[in-house]
Design a protein around this ligand. Structure first.
Ligand code: PLP
Length: 445
């Protein structure tokens, strides 16, 4: 049994006393201490070993046993732990070369930062500088990060319409519809036509169209195969760049290095983080096409971070990519993804509260519905103010009681295990989910 309702130990008490929790009313911040990890599992101070089918916000794609990364970090920290970004180090140069190799199309040069949020800020800034235009078109069901511009580009229903620290948004952000056939009155084709029309009506002012190729925390929205190449064409017809936020979908999660590669699109800019180092180190990247890189040969790239291209983080990134390659993890994501998909499909058949299964590879999700005839969410989000929990949260909590952890978000159980999982892991997770979904079945209208 996972230790959600046990007494706080000393570390949890200290943490609670002196650390501010993220995205939460502090009264509700009540973290459980993790003292160890093994394979795809995290171990609590009470000794519960929890199978992690979230990869911790889709970060730990390599699980917890990637010794090659630990060794590379250890070596780099002893040799050159830090120099400012004006100097050259081997890990940064080698990682940049490798990213040029594995990213689709003519993507070539990389700018480094430390979070997905910053990678998107940088992408938007570069698009503006390159095109000489200022607006960014993104979509409603999206999350691009937590600072001013990245958050303003996000349409995430959990984040918008909050307090004065968030509203008003930074100017120049426009939002279009999503390719969301299940829960929207527009089908994906109509949503593309809508975006085309929007770009026309905005005039020649849009620098970039920023999208998650396969939407993550806003419900694992999977577009039709031709959606992304067509979006690219529409953006280019209007003189806007296609920026793909692959912070969640990058590094093999869909069975390809990048989801844009899966769809045969060639974005002008890709942003990445999380899987880049398997989150053994905080590192993010914004990789741009040769043409955009060329623009900055003679024009100022007006951006920088003290920790840009941090040598230890880049050493972790280079070792992570070697690990994906040498352990055949993209292949495993395809194989285990196919197995997971078929198991989730049978859950969807058995449980009336599962409205739809979506996803590709090891980026899967189950959207819940409270009525079989109508596609209606239970509740879109937990009410952090009253402390009321939603049916979705209860389903997640029940699975956790059986020692399997899922990330639940926007009416969806997000199923994103590490790329290292086996069939036995899938069976264990699906059995826990099978039991937990009885809660949502029972709560239906
Ligand atoms: N973009 C996407 C698609 C994400 O899922 C996230 C975080 O979950 C971000 C950007 C922001 O990344 P970070 O939390 O590292 O700033």
């Amino acid at each position: 049994m996972a230790s959600q309702d046990t007494e706080r130990n000393e570390i949890e008490r200290l943490d609670r006393e002196y650390t501010l929790g993220t995205w939460t009313r502090q009264r509700d911040f009540d973290p459980t201490e993790i003292v160890d990890t093994e394979g795809p599992r995290i171990v609590t101070a009470d000794g519960d070993s929890i199978l992690d089918f979230s990869s911790q916000y889709v970060c730990t794609s390599l699980g917890y046993d990637a010794d090659r990364i630990a060794d590379a970090v250890d070596e780099q920290i002893r040799e050159v732990p830090y120099v400012n970004p004006g100097w050259s180090t081997e890990p940064r140069a080698r990682l940049s070369e490798k990213l040029a190799e594995i990213t689709p199309g003519s993507l070539k040069k990389t700018f480094y930062s430390t979070s997905g949020t910053e990678a998107n800020e940088v992408a938007m800034k570069m698009a503006r500088a390159y095109t000489g235009k200022h607006k960014i078109l993104s979509r409603y069901r999206s999350y691009h990060g937590a600072t001013a511009a990245s958050l303003s580009a996000s349409g995430d229903p959990r984040r918008v319409a909050q307090g004065p620290e968030i509203q008003p948004e930074v100017p120049g952000m426009v939002k279009g519809p999503d390719p969301y056939a299940y829960g929207s009155s527009l089908d994906p084709e109509q949503s593309l036509e809508y975006i085309d029309e929007m770009l026309e009506l905005e005039g020649d002012t849009v620098a970039g169209v920023l999208v998650e190729p396969l939407v993550g925390s806003n419900g694992v929205l999977t577009p039709p195969d031709d959606y992304l190449p067509r979006l690219q064409e529409i953006a280019h017809d209007h003189g806007a760049l296609l920026i793909c936020d692959e912070v969640m979908t990058g590094f093999g999660r869909t069975g390809e290095w990048f989801a844009s590669g899966l769809y045969d699109a060639e974005p002008d800019i890709i942003t990445m983080a999380k899987g880049l180092t398997g989150s053994y180190q905080p590192l993010a990247a914004t990789t741009v096409s040769e043409e955009i890189a060329e623009h900055f040969e003679d024009n100022l790239l007006n951006q920088g971070h003290t920790f840009a291209g941090h040598p230890v983080a880049c050493a972790a990134g280079a070792a992570a990519i070697e690990t994906y390659e040498e352990e055949g993890l993209l292949e495993n994501a395809r194989e285990m993804g196919a197995y997971l998909k078929s198991e989730l499909e049978s859950l969807a058949e058995r449980h009336p509260s599962v409205g739809e299964r979506r996803g590709i590879g090891l980026h899967q999700g189950l959207e819940l519905t409270r009525s079989e005839e109508k596609r209606v969410p239970f509740e879109e989000r937990s009410d952090k103010v009253s402390g009321r929990t939603t049916v979705l949260d209860e389903v997640g909590a029940h699975a956790l009681d059986n020692d399997v952890y899922f990330y639940t978000s926007v009416n969806t159980i997000v199923v994103t295990p590490p790329l290292t999982i086996t069939e036995d892991d899938v069976d264990e997770a699906v059995a826990a989910l099978d039991e937990a979904l009885e809660i949502s079945d029972a709560a239906m209208e």
